[in-house]
Structure formats: C-alpha cells, structure tokens
Design a protein around this ligand. Structure first.
Ligand SMILES: [Fe+2]
Length: 242
C-alpha cells in the first residue's frame, strides 16, 4: 500500500489506434477501392472502428500502378469532398506504398515522392524474390534523410530466418505489420511471422492495408482479441504520432 502511495502507476498503453498509415482507399487507381461509393463505405467502417485519421497509401509500381503524387493528391481531394458531404468524421491524408523497383530509384533521385509525415517512406517488395538492390535502396533512403518503413514484413517469403528481421532493424528500417495478419488473412507463414515480430517487440506501426470491406470486418475481430492487446504491451506502436 505504502509502495503505491509513493510510486506512480505506470501509464497504461493505449489500445486505441487513432491513426492508420496503410490503406488503398482512393477509388480506381490501384487494386483497392473500385469506386467512390466503396471508398466511402470503407471510410465509414474505419470511423466505426475508432480511427480518427487515415493516411491512405495507393500503390506506386512501375508498369502496374503508374501513380504519381499528382494523381494521388487529386484523388484525395475528391475523396475528402465526398467524405465531408457524407458527414464522415475522419481526417484523410495521403502517402504512397512504393514498390522497390527501378522506377523507385528514379523517383528517389528526383525527390518527387509522397512521404508519411515529413520523412517516412512506406515501401514494399516482391513477396517471393528478394530485390537484388534491397540493401542499397534502404541505404539510399537513409542517406537522403528518409526513414524507410517496410510494409507488412511478415508477408515476404524470401525472409526465411527470423533473425533477418533484427538485421533490417539494425540497418534503420521500421516495421509496419498488417493487423489482419494476426487473423491469418495472408496465410500461416505470415501469421507465424507476425506473432514472432509481436513477441519480440519489433513492430513500429500497425496497418489496416484495407483494399475491400471484408478486411474491415476482419479488423474488428482482431481488435477484440487478446493478441491485439498483447501487441500494445510488447511493442511501442507509433501510429498515433502522425
Ligand atoms: Fe498495401
């Protein structure tokens, strides 16, 4: 009892994720939402899950999703107008999910890219083949003053040994794990790796990676689970800093 009088109770980690940093909500510019109506439904769902802000991140991938900052910002402006008309009370910003290909190197050199906050770059790679220049591109981002965030590190099959994750962290890469990986949405391998990253305190950010409404429903299930609570106990989740 005396102990408790002289020692402040440690602050409880917040279980409320107010900011999402990975989703595909801008209509018809990647493999996410296909229409404005669908985007509004997804946003409404996210609002009901407790999100106050979403930084949506359309794919930028040479040959497949040839998006530019202008295309994304124009799409964002339209989405914000429609969301306001629908009284959806959620702040919407944009970044991008950059696929590490030759096109990305050009973009990085030109400096015309969409960051999360002022210096964070969300990137993804092939799920199966390790990019030959992966480390070089990570160093290039860092040397230019950016902080690379690897999107869903649990999904890459080429990461065979779990200790590889620690090597990425040592290089200065931050990790954004998909919430629905804990529900097995991306298969057993991704679920096992997500649990490993959780238990080892390697998760910096959580992402919804929403492409469609089914994923919103799955998010709700994970958010009610004990494993979700454990993520906040084991890791320093930084989403709400944005
Ligand atoms: Fe994504």
């Amino acid at each position: 009892m005396i102990f408790s009088l002289f020692n402040k109770k440690p602050k409880q980690p917040s279980l409320e994720l107010k900011v999402d940093i990975h989703s595909h909500l801008i209509p018809a510019i990647d493999d996410g939402s296909r229409s404005m109506a669908e985007s509004l439904k997804l946003l409404r769902g996210m609002e009901q899950l407790g999100y106050e802000k979403v930084i949506t991140t359309p794919h930028i991938m040479a040959d497949t999703y040839i998006n530019t900052p202008k295309i994304i910002k124009d799409g964002l402006d339209l989405l914000k107008i429609e969301a306001k008309k629908e009284n959806i009370n959620i702040e919407i910003e944009c970044g991008a999910e950059y696929y590490l290909d030759d096109g990305f190197s050009d973009i990085l050199r030109k400096g015309d890219l969409l960051t999360i906050g002022d210096k964070y770059i969300l990137f993804e790679t092939s799920y199966y083949a390790r990019p030959i220049h992966l480390k070089d591109m990570i160093f290039e981002m860092l040397s230019l003053g950016y902080t690379p965030i690897m999107a869903h590190p649990e999904r890459y099959r080429y990461i065979k040994e779990k200790k590889e994750y620690f090597k990425f962290k040592e290089l200065g890469v931050m990790f954004q794990v998909n919430i629905n990986s804990f529900a097995g949405q991306y298969g057993k391998d991704a679920k096992v790796k997500a649990n490993f990253l959780n238990k080892n305190g390697c998760i910096d950010f959580l992402g919804s990676d929403i492409h469609n409404y089914k994923q919103v429903e799955k998010l709700e299930l994970v958010m009610k689970s004990n494993v979700y609570k454990s993520i906040f106990k084991n890791n320093n989740i930084k989403n709400n800093d944005f």
